[in-house]
Design a protein around this ligand. Structure first.
Ligand SMILES: Cc1cc2nc3c(=O)[nH]c(=O)nc-3n(C[C@H](O)[C@H](O)[C@H](O)COP(=O)(O)OP(=O)(O)OC[C@H]3O[C@@H](n4cnc5c(N)ncnc54)[C@H](O)[C@@H]3O)c2cc1C
Ligand code: SF4
Ligand code: SF4
Length: 394
């Protein structure tokens, strides 16, 4: 069999799945892209531009570009609102699919905790502009969004991404009760939908904002020991773009360590330190003041018993990257094991895209925290390995 006629299923249509599909098509494969939500782009299609008077290289706009590539590529068939229910490996892979119920669980809200309809509408609004997938009434076009209940493919790429940490788990931050305590994901969605950051309680721009880093990551008590790698970059870039729009805005970053944000990190970090207050301590709790602000308490210094109180208009919890809630079931379906943290395990130390199942590869954050840029690179490597495997299997 020639490589031209090889078929690959990519599961997950975030930036990693889109990139893997696009690269595979470019290398001559026929691709079925299976996405459980009713739009493509995953988490990152919801993110806001973080430019000041120059691009801050957050990567968010790369997602729309890749989405357009995929939509216009005839070798990629897109199956939206579709889930894989079974895979039978006998030489190649016989896959069963089912159309999912997307009435409530779109990827925009798939993290479960976030109830920001503005964000969801913005994402669907973007997707609805894509006439290929949607009919005039906004419903999915069955002709272009897949109606197969079975596929036969030669290889599989798992690109099912992550779940953002659910901030309700850190109950002392009272995310559920206090309108003006929001997550980093809420911030991204709101900024994308409105163009600016506003307080949920009154729709007013905040004058004093706190970012709390490492929410859900590097947390021994939760058993989440990894650094999510993306929350320092997204928080600092967003904070800088907010400060650029409103130079009077006061921003405090509560942190344990600051993760390198890329090539220009020393210069960028110094700019942030000049423009914002950095406190190397994490607040312990939040209260609402009589004038609808948030009072936080934190220790004056590491090991100190002296508590300091400070009041903010808005508190942003910089939530990190957790394994997708689907991973355990999907690992069983595709026959590829997870690592101790719950992400898809890489079979070889020097090859980060092969899994424990021959013919099944992984791309993006399904195998652990990555930025958008890193997910793109990883997905490209995954596509390359798939083609090598298909060449060997010919
Ligand atoms: C709050 C926040 C802000 C961030 N900001 C930035 C930033 O500014 N810059 C940056 O570089 N990175 C940022 N990141 C990281 C960025 O989100 C990831 O790098 C990127 O989304 C990873 O893409 P992915 O395709 O691996 O996963 P995802 O974006 O999670 O996409 C996975 C896709 O798979 C689908 N899926 C899941 N399970 C299934 C299944 N069983 N069947 C079919 N489909 C399935 C999902 O619906 C989704 O569409 C941020 C992360 C967070 C939490
Ligand atoms: S979305 Fe990010 S990468 Fe794109 S222009 Fe804005 S700052 Fe630059
Ligand atoms: S990237 Fe920053 S905020 Fe996120 S877990 Fe790592 S150190 Fe903490």
């Amino acid at each position: 069999m020639s490589t031209e006629s090889k078929k690959v299923m990519v599961i997950g249509g975030g930036i990693a799945g889109l990139t893997a599909a696009w690269e595979l098509a470019g290398l001559g494969a026929e691709v079925a892209l299976v996405e459980k939500a009713d739009f493509l782009g995953g988490h990152a299609i919801q993110y806001a531009c973080k430019a000041t008077d120059e691009c801050r290289q957050c990567g968010a706009c790369a997602v729309e570009k890749m989405l357009k590539n995929v939509v216009n590529e005839p070798a990629i068939s897109v199956h939206l609102a579709t889930e894989v229910t079974g895979i039978n490996k006998n030489g190649n892979f016989k896959v069963s699919l089912k159309k999912g119920d997307v009435s409530k669980d779109t990827a925009a809200c798939a993290d479960g905790y976030t109830a920001n309809p503005a964000g969801c509408t913005a994402v669907k609004g973007y997707s609805l502009n894509n006439a290929k997938f949607y009919q005039a009434d906004g419903s999915l076009n069955p002709e272009t969004t897949g109606n197969a209940d079975a596929l036969e493919v030669d290889a599989v790429v798992v690109a099912t991404g992550f779940n953002a940490f659910d901030p309700r788990i850190k109950s002392t931050y009272r995310y559920d009760e206090l309108d003006n305590v929001i997550s980093g994901l809420d911030l991204e969605k709101g900024k994308r939908a409105n163009g600016v950051v506003l307080r949920p309680s009154d729709g007013q721009p905040p004058k004093k904002v706190a970012f709390i880093q490492c929410v859900g990551s590097r947390d021994e008590r939760l058993g989440n020991l990894w650094c999510s790698q993306v929350c320092c970059p997204y928080a600092l870039r967003t904070a800088q773009s907010m400060k650029h729009k409103d130079p009077e805005l006061e921003i405090t970053i509560f942190y344990m360590d600051i993760q390198n944000t890329g090539n220009d990190f020393p210069v960028f970090y110094q700019q942030c330190k000049d423009e914002m207050t950095f406190v190397r301590n994490i607040p312990v709790d939040m209260y609402k003041t009589d004038d609808d602000r948030i009072r936080t308490r934190f220790m004056a210094a590491e090991g100190s018993s002296e508590a300091i109180q400070e009041v903010f208009d808005l508190v942003v919890l910089s939530v990190g990257i957790m394994p997708s809630a689907d991973n355990a079931a999907l690992a069983e379906t595709v026959g590829a094991p997870l690592n101790g943290d719950g992400f898809f395990a890489c079979a070889e130390k020097l090859n980060r895209v092969t899994t424990g199942q021959e013919g099944v590869f992984v791309a993006g954050t399904a195998s652990g925290p990555k930025t958008i840029a890193e997910s793109i690179v990883h997905a490209g490597q995954s596509a390359g390995e798939v083609m090598k495997y298909l060449g060997r299997a010919s």
